[in-house]
Design a protein around this ligand. Structure first.
Ligand SMILES: C[S@@+](CC[C@H](N)C(=O)[O-])C[C@H]1O[C@@H](n2cnc3c(N)ncnc32)[C@H](O)[C@@H]1O
Length: 384
């Protein structure tokens, strides 16, 4: 079967030329259907790129190459190896090997946990080449297991059913990883995302650098206690708050694994800030995406305002607030504005000491603004 040919409407070629990796259905003038490999052309018939075709989906085409080169096992092997090679020097036994569009493999995520792999397939086109991807992963990494965590609802937009299950080998019980010398149990089968928030590795290290012996730290939306354990190792008294009890159980196990103690509390983090009378030297607030729906930016920003507004009175002076959003809809500029609004509404002066984005194994590809999703702001409560 020949390649599918996708012809864009007039003026729509500029995005593809500028390396934006998606073509939406409503940007297409016409399609000559062939196989899953698809070439995109301008209205005038100029070849613009080669990629994967997702028949019937809203995003019909995802970029693979600027050249009309064969898209075969050797191509995927080269792309995946190059992505892996860019991750050299990461101080963890667990990291993201392939981050979808940012690694020019739209629709594919590969996370490495020790000698095993967890993959996510997000598009119909990538699903169709899954066997080739598996062959390449086995050849390149000889993994002890490959587990698929494609259990996200967004697969339905591509006409795919959410799926999770083993593709190779067996995963029995939580794995044990080492990140910056700190050990964690990770449940790749039942945990959130692919089991661990690999994208907060740099934040955990950064927040630990703010801690000194005897400080009190509040870890809101703690999941399996990443920030809490790092802080406890620096001598802090950490309290991890989350609504997920199995994550909190693992947080306690993680503390024990590192020879420290932390406290955990199953509680709504928003409500906790309203209900507690305690104060802390460091507060981390790393909420979930709040909303993934387009047009709900205000809701996300409202939540960030509320967290900041209610965290500020719970901070000692000086005290550190480390607040994050993992929603691409809320820009860094938005975040800084809403942190300022909350501080103004409280009448509490802040210094902004730092801003951290997602780490280099989750690269932000500026030609694809949607790939910048994680932003964290380190604000310090100061006296005036
Ligand atoms: C982005 S993750 C946090 C990751 C964590 N900081 C880490 O480094 O592993 C968000 C967490 O918020 C929890 N969560 C969601 N809504 C919550 C709420 N209203 N109150 C407390 N926790 C909540 C989820 O269970 C999840 O563990």
């Amino acid at each position: 079967m020949g390649n599918t040919r996708v012809y864009l409407k007039k003026g729509k070629e500029r995005k593809v030329k500028n390396l934006y990796p998606w073509v939406y259905r409503d940007e297409v003038q016409g399609v000559e259907e062939g196989g899953v490999i698809a070439d995109v052309f301008s209205k005038g018939g100029k070849f613009l790129g080669r990629g994967l075709y997702s028949r019937g989906a809203r995003i019909v085409w995802r970029f693979l190459s600027r050249k009309a080169e064969p898209i075969d096992k050797f191509f995927f092997r080269r792309r995946i190896f190059e992505a892996y090679d860019r991750r050299k020097g990461i101080s963890s036994t667990a990291f993201r090997v392939v981050f979808s569009e940012s690694d020019f493999l739209g629709g594919l995520v590969v996370d490495r946990y020790n000698d095993g792999l967890v993959i996510q397939i997000r598009s119909r086109g990538m699903e169709e080449v899954k066997n080739t991807i598996m062959d390449v992963l086995v050849e390149l990494f000889s993994p002890t297991f490959v587990y698929e965590r494609s259990d996200m609802e967004s697969r339905r937009d591509e006409g795919l059913i959410p799926f999770k299950g083993p593709l190779l080998g067996v995963v029995s019980g939580p794995l044990r990883i080492t990140e910056n010398g700190v050990e964690f149990y990770v449940d790749v089968v039942n945990g959130l995302k692919t089991g661990f928030y690999l994208d907060q590795r740099r934040s955990r290290e950064y927040v630990a650098s703010l801690i000194s012996e005897g400080m009190r730290m509040l870890d809101l939306f703690s999941y399996t206690g990443g920030f809490s354990v790092y802080a406890a190792l620096k001598g802090a008294k950490s309290l991890a708050v989350d609504t997920k009890s199995d994550a909190l159980d693992l947080a306690l196990e993680n503390a024990r694994l590192n020879g420290v103690e932390i406290e955990t509390l199953r509680y709504d983090a928003f409500k906790f800030l309203e209900d507690t009378d305690e104060t802390y030297d460091v507060i981390v607030a790393d909420p979930p995406a709040i909303s993934k729906r387009k047009g709900e930016r205000e809701k996300i920003l409202g939540a960030l305002w509320k967290l900041t507004y209610n965290a500020l009175p719970r901070l000692n002076t000086p005290g550190h607030l480390y607040i994050c959003t993992c929603s691409y809809q809320a820009s860094l500029e938005d975040m800084l504005k809403y942190v300022r609004f909350a501080a103004t509404d409280r009448g509490i002066p802040l210094h902004i000491h730092n801003v951290l984005l997602q780490p280099p194994d989750h690269p932000f590809f500026p030609h694809f603004p949607e790939s910048l999703y994680l932003k964290c702001v380190h604000a310090v409560k100061v006296s005036l």
